[in-house]
Design a protein around this ligand. Structure first.
Ligand SMILES: *[C@@H]1O[C@H](CO)[C@@H](O)[C@H](O)[C@H]1NC(C)=O
Ligand SMILES: *[C@@H]1O[C@H](CO)[C@@H](O)[C@H](O)[C@H]1NC(C)=O
Length: 579
């Protein structure tokens, strides 16, 4: 009897296996050190997921070709960005594919099912128990270990692999919303309210370092940035019709008027820092809660606005955290802001399957083809990434290492409190991807670097991978950025990180877009081909190493492009001439 029972059991197991196919097979970690699993999800829980349909490799290559064509200043099609319909036509997914997937999914109890405008992503809202059946997995509530009290910061995630019914397995690339945990990896380094750069007083430091009031003496301020990078002040009447920019925020990184106002007043900004619109809501009361309350978002918002003046700013907020969801949201917008800055990311090897990265890249390509410039912070752990040096290899970042975004690294002034040449911030993320090949636009720059620089041991990095960052901007700890934070409009602090570099670079390119849009031109769109063709429009950074203080290795900055500071920091005047 026992044997019989066993036989029945294994037959069942077999048939269950045959009817479902595992996706993202290379993910081997179904937990996060920062997230604690609590109860199993129940019939009373709902989840939202994206079922991402699979494009043929030929069609994705065609989209990449179109992207490079409209983004290359040497192409006759430069600036001829695509509409949503045109992108959809390029990808031309067969309607049978979405029909079959929808039919299969509708056999389950789905509360809501929506197709995106490109016809390639089905967004589902469904009962968690039903989702366990559809995706053949187990879903649990998870709570962040540092979750502030009284804040419902939980997420529902799978604790084991997920699957889709075999009838549609060939049509689905990934399901997003089941396995990746929210991350706030690049929360900038807080220097502390009482910190004063030691060498500041009495050493003839430049006045700009004391331009945000006595609480921020010695810090990097809007005036420091403007003097170094040379961009003009954009007033209300200077804003070109339709010019906009955006930052993306996740996981309780909201913003509040009191802090933005205090920052504008203290730094004497002509156009006060304000948010023109928000996708995903705002809860300013959160900015008074917890140690890291709104520091990341206020840094992004205060500095992109400090640089770009009156150019309207949008904030995309997502409580669930998914860079993929964010990209989908941007692409779903009929006219997305032309410049987008994101200070979040993690290592390629952390919870990130190749299918996830390739699928997310397709979204980046769509955005670029439509004329959107995407900036990502390159990371704050040098070449080692979040995973650290124990892996025995450098750990490249995603999306920093994606060929379809502009990755921004961090620098310090060579001489503290003195506006002049910059040097590599040792913790600035950079290196070579282990997933993506060297794109054409940087092939010469990468080859030149490899043939002239003293390289770390070849076992540390991938010789065929895409090099990053592309550019950089101030971000290091020598003169941290002054920000107002804390929800009250009374607290100031110094913060450092590529989280600061990304919004600053994005703001400068929003000002450059303003020049183009004012004269009837198109937005700059995907920037990298333009950047590498205009290497001399950057302040070349040629000193320092991004080894994060670990003498086992890092990449040296060098003349021209390097995987420490990219092409260097923006010289606005030269960039404006290159437009
Ligand atoms: C279907 O899902 C909804 C929403 O989660 C739930 O209220 C309902 O009871 C479910 N119906 C069945 C038949 O399971
Ligand atoms: C090196 O990078 C390439 C992409 O250029 C990738 O296909 C390959 O798997 C990587 N090798 C290793 C050992 O990670």
């Amino acid at each position: 009897m026992k044997i019989q029972a066993l036989a029945v059991f294994s037959a069942l197991a077999c048939s269950a296996q045959a009817s479902h196919v595992q996706l993202e097979k290379d993910i081997d970690m179904f937990y996060s050190p920062n997230w604690k699993a609590s109860e199993r999800a129940t019939v009373n829980d709902e989840i939202n997921v994206h079922v991402v349909l699979k494009h043929t490799p030929e069609r994705v290559s065609l989209l990449e070709e179109k992207l490079m064509d409209v983004s290359d200043p040497r192409s006759p099609d430069y600036g001829k960005h695509l509409s949503i319909q045109e992108v959809k036509d390029v990808l031309s997914l067969s309607p049978h594919v979405s029909y079959e997937v929808e039919q299969e999914i509708s056999k389950y109890n789905v509360t809501d099912i929506k197709m995106n405008k490109y016809g390639d992503i089905l967004s589902l809202q469904m009962n968690a128990k039903e989702a366990e059946k559809l995706f053949h997995t187990e879903l649990y509530h998870h709570v962040h270990k540092n979750a502030p009290a009284n804040i419902d910061s939980g997420v529902i995630r799978a604790i084991k692999p997920y699957h889709v019914p075999s009838t549609i397995a060939d049509h689905v690339a990934i399901v997003e919303g089941l396995v990746r945990f929210p991350k706030r990896e690049f929360v900038p380094t807080t220097i502390g309210e009482n910190y004063r750069p030691k060498a500041f007083e009495g050493l003839g430091a430049d006045d700009e370092f004391s331009s945000c009031g006595s609480s921020c003496t010695g810090y990097t301020t809007p005036a420091v940035l403007q003097k170094r990078y040379g961009y003009p002040t954009i007033g209300e009447s200077d804003v070109a019709d339709g010019n906009r920019m955006a930052v993306a925020e996740f996981q309780f990184q909201y913003y509040d008027d009191a802090d933005m106002g205090a920052f504008s007043d203290a730094c004497g900004l002509e156009s006060p820092v304000e948010v023109a619109s928000t996708v995903g809501g705002n809860k300013p009361s959160f900015c008074g809660v917890g140690v890291q309350a709104c520091i990341e978002s206020l840094l992004d918002i205060e500095y992109i606005k400090a640089v770009a003046g009156a150019i309207p700013l949008e904030v995309y907020y997502s409580g669930t955290f998914s860079l993929y969801d964010w990209a989908v949201q941007v692409n779903d917008d009929d006219s997305p802001a032309q410049v987008q800055s994101v200070s979040y990311g993690n290592d390629e090897i952390q919870q990130t399957s190749d299918d996830y990265m390739f699928t997310t890249n397709t979204e980046f390509m769509k955005a670029g083809a439509r004329g959107v410039s995407i900036f990502f912070a390159s990371g704050d752990q040098g070449v080692w990434g979040r995973s650290g040096s124990s892996t025995g290899k450098f750990n490249p970042d995603f999306p920093g290492g994606s060929p379809y975004v502009t990755a921004v690294g961090g620098t310090d002034f060579e001489v503290k409190s003195t506006i002049g040449d910059e040097t590599t911030w040792a913790d600035s993320g950079g290196g070579f991807s282990n997933t993506f090949d060297i794109p054409d636009y940087q092939a010469d720059a990468v080859a030149t670097y490899k043939s002239t620089a003293t390289l770390p041991d070849a076992s540390y990095f991938n010789n065929t991978g895409r090099g990053y960052p592309d550019i950089s901007a101030l971000g290091g700890q020598v003169n941290p950025y002054c920000i107002a934070y804390g929800g009250s409009g009374k607290k100031f602090t110094g913060v450092a990180g590529t989280s600061a570099s990304s919004p600053v670079a994005a703001g400068i390119f929003a000002v450059l877009n303003n020049v183009r849009l004012s004269s009837g031109g198109a937005a700059l769109g995907f920037l990298n081909p333009f950047l590498y063709q205009n290497a001399d429009a950057f302040n070349d950074v040629t000193t320092g190493t991004n080894d994060a203080g670990n003498r086992k290795g890092g990449f040296d900055a060098a003349e021209g492009w390097d995987p420490a500071t990219g092409l260097g920091t923006p010289d606005y005047t030269k960039l404006a001439q290159a437009l």
